[in-house]
Design a protein around this ligand. Sequence first.
Ligand SMILES: Nc1ncnc2c1ncn2[C@@H]1O[C@H](COP(=O)(O)OP(=O)(O)O)[C@@H](O)[C@H]1O
Ligand SMILES: [Mg+2]
Length: 281
Amino acid sequence: MTDRQTEIAEGQGAVPPQAAADVDHRLVAAGLSAGYDERRVLEELDLQVPEGSFTVIIGPNACGKSTLLRSLARLLRPESGEVLLDGSSIASVPAKALARTIGLLPQSPTAPDGISVADLVSRGRHPHQGLMRRWSRADEEAVLAALEATGMVELADRPVDELSGGQRQRAWIAMALAQQTPLLLLDEPTTYLDIAHQIEVLELCAALQRQGRTLVAVLHDLNQALRHATHVVAMREGRIVAQGAPEAVGTAELVEEVFGLASRVIEDPETGRPLVIPRAP
Ligand SMILES: Nc1ncnc2c1ncn2[C@@H]1O[C@H](COP(=O)(O)OP(=O)(O)O)[C@@H](O)[C@H]1O
Ligand SMILES: [Mg+2]
């Protein structure tokens, strides 16, 4: 990320860093079971998202990561148990208040046909508009800041469906940023991005976290999770196997338990964080 992008990320939103005395969990899943029709995916899952954290969820394909994120954003109703936002059941939060509090970038979002990048990003401002309050300067600034933070200014007038996969992904991230929610849930935000853009998105997440926001992301890359997260959640078969600091979760035992992969863990020479190296056959 360039200095300018960091500056924009750090200037995004007016979310004051929480006082140290505040209790630490904004978003909690308590005994959460959820799924689709006959198929139960999440099994009495307990999760605490620490306030002000960059929480990253890892786990094998189909273990329920997206289902969990959708439940946290109230896109999926629990079969039992509940999701708590600031201590109250999320089921009772009015829709607009929820949209101003939690932003979600789904795993495979679909844009309306022919919509431009700028129009897509502007949709992130809908929860901030009311009957009396139309498009404002604050909306304009939020959209521009989000386009700048994601390097999308030059592509603002292009139709979303004519972008490359990586550009499209960044347009969606910009939309989620324009929403300026204190909580941001991102489902595989680095998919389709080349390595440099992956790092840029992760650095952007880290900058937003430092600025006081709480982020929850699903990431495929275990080492990126261990490197960038402040809190790591490891899932398997609809349950949480471990959650904690990257140093606590990034062990060979856990990689074996969660992914069934033999590895060894060394210290990342750049960051001191755990670095997982798969064993040679
Ligand atoms: N809309 C859906 N309808 C029915 N089954 C689904 C739906 N979405 C996901 N599933 C199933 O739920 C399980 C968990 O999926 P998901 O939460 O997307 O996993 P992950 O994100 O960890 O890859 C998978 O077996 C998947 O096939
Ligand atoms: Mg998924």
